[in-house]
Design a protein around this ligand. Structure first.
Ligand SMILES: [Zn+2]
Length: 96
């Protein structure tokens, strides 16, 4: 998964299209993410009344917002000179 915890992402489709928020949880086994304040549903739970339930999103409908250049970008991977994998922004080429 190219999206990590605390990434800023922009929602590209659905009810929250255009919103930018932080990733609060990554379910790597399911390939889903939770984004702060996004995809919240009201549910009537017996004994508790109406509660907010958050559903995970498919990461294919979000774009990572690069913290360095502030643009939505595709993420690329490179191997740095120490042999570690790094995520880089395709637009500014900075490590993100
Ligand atoms: Zn960038």
């Amino acid at each position: 998964m190219k999206i990590k915890l605390n990434d800023s992402v922009k929602i590209l489709s659905g009810n929250n299209k255009g919103k930018v928020a932080k990733v609060t949880k990554v379910l790597s086994t399911k390939g889903k993410i939770y984004v702060d304040g996004i995809n919240i549903y009201k549910k009537n739970v017996k004994g508790q009344g109406i509660v907010d339930i958050q559903k995970p999103l498919n990461p294919s409908i979000v774009a990572v917002v690069c913290p360095k250049c502030g643009k939505t970008t595709r993420v690329a991977y490179t191997i740095n000179d120490k042999g570690f994998k790094e995520r880089i922004c395709r637009k500014c080429k900075d490590v993100i």
